[in-house]
Unconditional design. Structure first.
Length: 185
């Protein structure tokens, strides 16, 4: 894990506050003051995860509170799948299976390196309840083992006023498909 400098952290906190206040519908019952207190106590690993979400154009924001742990849920809230995380196949196995035209990397490893979770179908639907995301792009979703064992992987988007979840070969990749991450802080 890399570290975030003091200046980078200050800039990150400013960006998060500005986004938080501009999008209150995502977290109407949560105050920025409470979020800031939690962020100031957050581990370096958590701050690094938020920093990488921001740097890859994910536009992280609070979308709720985990009822079990009371942690704030930060998720990529860019209108479209983050530009800095597109054109990736699903996982290392899929990447290794490609003989030609390999993508630069895979979603599972990039997410691991960032320190974020890939949204599963339930989390993706929860995100779509606080806004309309991926109206022109799509995002890979954490795929259940029974689907992945058959060579597939899931992705989602928002079209025609509803959320769609589809499947594709895990080795595929597209310029308009990335992934969204989340972290509990």
């Amino acid at each position: 894990m890399k570290t975030v400098t003091k200046e980078q952290k200050e800039h990150l906190l400013e960006s998060l506050e500005k986004r938080f206040k501009a999008n209150e519908v995502r977290h109407a019952t949560i105050s920025w003051k409470d979020v800031l207190i939690r962020l100031e106590k957050a581990t370096e690993k958590a701050i690094y995860a938020l920093f990488t979400m921001e740097e890859s154009e994910g536009e992280p924001d609070v979308i709720g509170i985990d009822l079990k742990t009371k942690a704030f849920i930060f998720c990529d809230c860019a209108a479209e799948s983050p530009k800095g995380r597109r054109s990736l196949c699903y996982d290392q196995e899929a990447l290794e299976s490609r003989k030609q035209n390999k993508p630069a990397d895979n979603v599972v490893e990039v997410a691991r390196g960032m320190g974020v979770e890939i949204l599963d179908e339930e989390a993706y639907r929860q995100l779509q309840r606080v806004g309309k995301f991926d109206t022109k792009t799509s995002s890979w979703l954490r795929t259940p083992a029974e689907v992945r064992d058959l060579g597939g992987a899931l992705f989602g988007d928002y079209r025609f006023g509803r959320v769609f979840v589809y499947h594709n070969g895990a080795e595929s990749y597209y310029a308009a498909r990335g992934f969204r991450g989340l972290i509990h802080i």
